[in-house]
Design a protein around this ligand. Structure first.
Ligand SMILES: [Zn+2]
Length: 409
């Protein structure tokens, strides 16, 4: 017998309230971690961007939750983590006065993996390397993708020119925000490909010495930006309050090792080998153990949050709600232009789409309106005046107002 309509309404409202409550708790826990990072002023713009995305996602999701799923969704469980010790073999990474980055990174990586295995025996821990060997950057992402990993954690040490007083940890996620400021860190980490035999073929002609190449690289959008940021903020929070190191905050830049990972991913610079205090700390067993413990505690908190609040969509729901992709329309012409000639040359994510009698030149896809808008401003600065954002669901062009109520900023 069907329940009375009134009862159905009450059921829907209860579902909505529960969903909203859970999302508020999740947002508050992430905001707390962000707040603790506000001691570093550069973290504020990233946090505000994420807050905007989180709130709009919560509102949109709440509306969708009014329809109860036909089948109960299976619980989500983080099952595989890839731990990537930076450098190795013929690539020593940066050099301290008496230690090499590759050795520090490996020790922290193995210690972190052990802690995860002991605390969560069901989790599959995969190392990109567990000894002193050279692994190309593109191979590291492939290891994670082949394993269907849920998380990718890359461990490194920082370095600035000559001996100095720079100190503390930084956790990076892929992205454009202030990428110019973080150019030197990304260029140094990406330069490892110069030791690979055929790097021009494996990295689409990327030149680690080129500033322009770096900016284009930083425009690669990781579809898991929010989750990457949640872990990154948790790590920096633990570095401050558990490990008692100076946190230099969560930052964005273009890293080749993160470019092709198909899961949330972070790159941690655990301290400066160009600074006596940091080098002494990182080269000691207690320092390595302490850093690994900080990352582990952040991982455990991230895992718990994710598993508590992630709702896995059933296949039925996925077909009802097609995924929206955002693009930037740069131009439209009556005849097809060659993308290998100016002004398109150098933009790897531009494609041509034929609609009616026009060839449209689209950059993307971008997962959110916000990330598309950030990239649009970059294209605008490059001379693509009048570029605007369009939305597609599959091959179908949809009105932006139909898929989001967010205003462009
Ligand atoms: Zn490194």
């Amino acid at each position: 017998m069907k329940p009375p309509l009134q009862n159905v309404s009450i059921f829907c409202i209860k579902q909505e309230m529960l969903s909203l409550y859970i999302k508020l708790i999740l947002n508050i826990s992430m905001l707390r971690a962000m707040y603790l990072n506000f001691q570093n002023k550069t973290a504020m713009p990233i946090a505000l961007c994420l807050l905007f995305t989180l709130l709009t996602t919560s509102l949109e999701s709440t509306v969708q939750d009014l329809d109860p799923p036909a089948h109960a969704a299976p619980p989500y469980a983080l099952s595989t983590v890839v731990i990537d010790a930076g450098h190795g073999g013929k690539d020593p990474g940066c050099l301290g006065s008496h230690v090499q980055e590759k050795d520090i990174a490996l020790k922290i990586a193995l210690s972190l993996g052990n802690k995860i295995k002991i605390a969560f025996p069901s989790i599959n821990v995969i190392y990109t390397r567990d000894k002193d060997v050279f692994i190309p950057l593109h191979e590291r992402a492939k290891i994670a993708n082949r394993a269907g990993a849920d998380l990718f954690i890359s461990i490194h040490c920082n370095y600035i020119g000559k001996r100095n007083k720079a100190t503390g940890t930084e956790t990076y996620i892929m992205g454009l925000h202030r990428a110019q400021d973080n150019l030197e860190v990304a260029k140094r980490e990406n330069s490892a490909i110069l030791l690979e035999d055929d790097y021009t073929a494996n990295y689409d002609g990327y030149d680690p010495e080129s500033n322009e190449g770096h900016i284009i690289l930083s425009m690669y959008q990781n579809a898991h930006l929010e989750q990457s940021a949640a872990l990154a903020y948790a790590i920096e929070e633990k570095m401050t309050h558990k490990v008692e190191r100076k946190s230099r905050g969560v930052k964005q830049a273009g890293f080749l090792v993160l470019r092709n990972t198909a899961m949330p991913s972070v790159l941690i610079e655990t301290g400066f080998l160009s600074t006596d205090d940091d080098e002494d700390f990182l080269s000691s067993s207690s320092g390595q153990e302490s850093i690994a413990e900080g990352i582990f505690q952040a991982f455990a908190a991230y895992k718990e949050d994710l598993e508590l609040h992630t709702v896995v969509e059933s296949p039925a729901q996925q077909t009802v709600e097609p995924k929206t992709a955002f693009f930037i329309q740069l131009a439209a012409t009556g005849h097809e232009l060659d993308l290998n000639s100016d002004p398109w040359r150098g933009y790897e994510n531009v494609r041509v789409k034929q609609e009616n009698d026009y060839y449209k030149y689209l950059a993307g896809p971008f997962e959110s309106l916000h990330t598309a808008n950030v990239a649009r401003k970059k294209f605008d600065g490059d001379g693509f005046n009048g570029a605007f954002i369009v939305a597609y669901q599959g091959e179908k062009r949809v009105r932006i107002e139909e898929v989001t109520s967010s205003a462009l900023n």
